[in-house]
Ligand binder design. Structure first.
Ligand SMILES: Nc1ncnc2c1ncn2[C@@H]1O[C@H](COP(=O)(O)OP(=O)(O)OP(=O)(O)O)[C@@H](O)[C@H]1O
Length: 305
């Protein structure tokens, strides 16, 4: 197994008395796309700044691309770390091409690669337009082009999809998948777990500075313990008492002939055998990712996959 691009080991970051991040360990590997999810103030931006070496941890260690990102020899390594800040602000009077040329010079990169980069993010037609005329989605794509200068091995994107419409969001994730498939390690933060469905390989959930989960969305679903709800319509009102085992919590008759029960799908055949009469219809409502996320934030499932 190759060494992770970025590793955090038991990292704590305090600002005065404010603990922004507490004892967090995580890794970003080459060729994976990781979602970093948490509410406002959960510590997402602080983690990204620590990975970039913009701030030093007050406890623990950060290792990025072979060294300490805040160390004396970090300059060269930083070129291989692409970063899109949360609130990217470009000079509105400059064109997209001029903006990218400005950042290329700052990063000491050859500007001859810029046209290809603008094409990669779908801005070739708009390259000569002033950034002030760009939509939010176009500005985000320009931000991504800026982050991609120097062909970074790791990309750290702070809430890159905030304010994007669903189509622009899909385009953005498609671009990230291409980069991931090319071996780049991508970490992107967001408030919403639901938008990560099908888009990321792994999700890290932060809550008040703590890492409360780290795994695939399926792992998280299982860990959260949010089980499907089965709504069962019987052929008439039950003719006998329904004997529901203890492990099927939260069951109730919604009306005379409809039973609502929270239980594992694997228990469905046993449930059918328990019922006193014929079943007409069964509906299965699986928990959404918003339900799963809420379970983690309530602390119901504070654990690590
Ligand atoms: N420079 C700072 N000085 C003091 N407190 C800070 C500083 N930076 C962050 N914090 C605090 O650390 C905590 C975590 O902040 P952080 O910006 O990492 O959260 P976040 O998850 O990125 O939030 P958001 O989604 O709102 O951007 C917050 O309570 C914040 O107020």
């Amino acid at each position: 197994m190759t060494e992770p691009l970025i590793t955090l080991s038991h990292v704590t970051m305090t600002f005065g008395r404010q603990v922004a991040v507490r004892d967090v360990s995580l890794a970003l590997n080459s060729g994976e796309c990781v979602g970093l999810v948490g509410h406002n103030g959960a510590g997402k931006s602080t983690l990204i700044k620590l990975m970039l070496g913009l701030i030093r941890p007050t406890g623990g260690h950060v290792h990025a691309l072979g060294g300490d990102p805040a160390g004396a020899a970090a300059g060269r390594a930083r070129v291989a770390l692409g970063y899109l800040p949360e609130n990217v602000a470009f000079q509105p009077a400059m064109t997209g091409a001029e903006t990218l040329a400005f950042y290329a010079r700052l990063k000491r990169q050859d500007v001859r690669g810029n046209a290809a980069l603008l094409a990669k993010v779908g801005l070739e037609q708009a390259a000569r337009r002033r950034v002030g005329t760009y939509s939010k989605g176009m500005r985000q794509r320009l931000g991504l082009a800026q982050a991609l200068l120097g062909s970074p091995r790791a990309l750290l994107l702070d809430e890159p999809t905030t304010g994007l419409d669903p189509a622009a969001r899909q385009d953005f994730y498609a671009l990230l998948r291409d980069l991931r498939d090319g071996g780049v390690g991508v970490l992107l933060s967001s408030h919403a777990l639901a938008e990560m469905e099908g888009q990321v390989d792994r999700v890290v959930v932060m809550n008040a500075g703590h890492k409360v989960a780290d795994g695939s969305l399926n792992d998280l679903r299982a860990l959260a313990g949010t089980r499907p709800r089965l709504v069962v319509r019987l052929a008439g009102a039950p003719r006998a008492v329904v004997n529901v085992p203890d492990r099927w919590i939260g069951w109730r008759m919604i009306c005379d002939d409809v039973l609502d029960i929270e239980c594992d799908e694997a228990d469905l055949p046993a449930l059918m055998r328990t019922l006193p009469q014929e079943v007409i219809e069964v509906d299965i409502a699986r928990p959404s990712l918003d339900d799963v996320y809420a379970a983690f934030l309530r602390g119901k499932a504070a654990a690590r996959c």
